[in-house]
Design a protein. Structure first.
Length: 551
């Protein structure tokens, strides 16, 4: 189970994977950069309403151009240090052992990228081409990219990395890459992935940490990548206190294939879960950016004119997860009773900030969203009747990354108690709680949920990835429906219907309680550009890849 501040679920609505791939056309002109800067500054100053992003309109089979600098190069302070207060720091930095492409993205390039509108961008791959039967995909590997030691990034490196992710004993991406039957090096800049079944979503998987490319020398040497980097970005690890702090430093004289990326000299990310510490750190200059958990008007009043305020939506969902293989939850009726007992609207309105109640796994605008679908409306009387006098004893892990999440857990505990459940809450640090729940030895978990940019990928991750929510009663049914959906073209009406059926199947099984979707209210120093343009919607976390500090 992977979680940080609040992750989300999202499906790409209209991107068709064709039989040809897109080219990277590079950066932009100074005129384009100046226009982009104006748009960035305007969006950073305003605080947009927390609504879902519209479906992508990316053309079939193409990759969108890489971003250009938001301001002319002469205005960029390439010696800047940026310090960010955030609610999650990984315990390790190995891209095949982490839960999210959050910190490892600063050390390892993936084969593709995804932008804030859920469009595919080039990464270390510049083109892709699916076969007609969608059982193989050919990737064109970028020319000129190198690892930190100067080793070229080539097709052999891509093969070595994908094979490692597929076979490493404790790989967290093994399930994501399970549909790859074989990786073949066609030539130094061409790789063919043969699949054991059609899978049109694989390109999106390769834009996550599952598609990270590692220096093959480090793989061959068996290097422990938990605290040692072997990637192709210009950053090294300057400091790493697992679970607490990480500092990335650009190597002196480093060159990089993406001219608009990694313009910050030193990036420091600190684990901060106390909202007062975030606010005071922004006031005193300890941080240049922080995720605020106070209303936007209060933030503006306290921080003043030196900051922009970005109300950023990620389609993130806060959930209560029920492990259906645990004794207390093996009965579907008991699980359903728990869902009927939760008043998600009262929790969203009173216990959490900037949280919109939701009864589905996916937001409006997603092809998996079902109009009018609310399978378990709040009904405590029905919950009591379903329990029939029983008093189930259950434990929930809670990994609060802010004070409001603790309040949420307490409210949910009381609502469940009101219908007959006896709930024990076990607080735990987030980096420890996720593997505890993923082990299958805990009843439930109250936290956020990770995101992938397609509904089928999200369901696959939840049920067959590290959270392993697919108990014996649902596993085969879901797998068959996933297989069918992934043989259909993304964006087609047939696939939309298949995704809606997938969501209903998952929701009907009753081991998730959706509660609400969260927006992030960030306070950001005015000379730090890029927060509104980070890929929040499909990821739920910021990416500092294209952040820029102006002089």
């Amino acid at each position: 189970m992977s979680s940080h501040r609040a992750w989300g679920l999202v499906a790409v609505a209209a991107l068709l994977l064709g039989a040809c791939g897109g080219d990277n056309k590079g950066g932009g002109t100074a005129t384009q950069s100046t226009a982009a800067a104006t748009n960035t500054q305007a969006s950073a100053t305003s605080a947009p309403q927390a609504t879902s992003a519209p479906p992508t309109t990316q053309a079939p089979g193409t990759l969108k151009d890489l971003p250009s600098l938001p301001v002319p190069a002469a205005q960029v302070d390439e010696n800047a240090t940026v310090r960010i207060a955030f609610a999650f720091v990984e315990l390790k930095l190995d891209p095949h052992k982490v839960q999210q492409l959050y910190l490892t993205q600063y050390l390892y390039d993936s084969l593709f990228q995804i932008d804030k509108d859920k469009n595919l961008l080039p990464g270390l791959a510049t083109k892709y081409a699916f076969s007609d039967d969608k059982k193989s995909v050919t990737l064109t590997i970028r020319d000129g990219a190198t690892f930190s030691d100067g080793t070229p990034v080539d097709a052999d490196a891509v093969k070595a990395s994908l094979d490692r992710g597929r076979t490493l004993a404790d790989s967290t991406v093994k399930a994501d890459l399970a549909n790859i039957a074989n990786v073949t090096v066609v030539d130094p800049h061409t790789v063919r992935l043969d699949l054991n079944q059609p899978d049109v979503t694989l390109i999106y998987t390769l834009a996550t940490h599952a598609g990270s490319v590692i220096n093959p020398k480090a793989i061959a040497a068996g290097t422990d990548l938990s605290t040692t980097a072997a990637g192709s970005t210009p950053y090294d690890i300057a400091e790493f206190d697992p679970g607490k702090k990480v500092v990335f430093q650009r190597r002196p004289g480093a060159t990089y294939w993406d001219p608009a990326a990694f313009k910050i000299n030193r990036l420091e990310i600190d684990l901060v879960t106390d909202p007062n510490t975030v606010l005071n750190g922004l006031k005193t200059g300890a941080f240049e950016a922080g995720d605020l958990v106070i209303p936007p008007d209060q933030a503006k009043a306290q921080l003043g004119s030196d900051f922009n305020f970005a109300n950023l939506v990620s389609d993130s969902m806060v959930w209560i997860w029920l492990r259906d293989t645990r004794p207390a939850w093996q009965s579907q009726a008991v699980r359903q009773a728990a869902i009927y007992a939760i008043d998600r609207k009262s929790i969203a309105d009173k216990a959490l900030l900037l949280c919109s109640a939701s009864s589905q796994m996916f937001p409006p605008g997603s092809p998996a969203y079902v109009d009018g679908y609310d399978p378990y409306p709040f009904d405590p009387a029905k919950a009591k009747a379903m329990l029939a006098g029983a008093t189930p004893q259950v434990e929930f892990l809670v990994a609060p990354t802010q004070a409001n999440e603790t309040k949420f857990a307490q409210v949910a505990q009381q609502q469940l108690a009101d219908v007959g459940f006896n709930v024990t809450i076990t607080p735990m640090n987030l980096p420890e709680a996720s593997p505890q729940f993923n082990s299958g030895n805990r009843d439930g978990f109250i936290q956020g949920s990770s995101s992938l940019p397609d509904a089928a990928l999200t369901i696959k991750k939840f049920f067959f990835g590290p959270p392993a929510m697919a108990g014996p009663g649902i596993k085969d049914t879901l797998q068959a429906k996933l297989t069918a959906a992934n043989a259909m073209s993304l964006g087609s009406p047939e696939r939309a219907a298949a995704l809606q059926d997938l969501q209903k199947t998952a929701m009907d099984w009753s081991n998730f309680i959706p509660v609400c979707r969260i927006a992030h209210n960030w306070g950001v120093k005015k000379n730090l550009l890029g927060f509104p343009d980070a890929p929040w919607q499909s990821a739920g976390y910021f990416s500092a890849r294209y952040f820029v500090v102006t002089k």
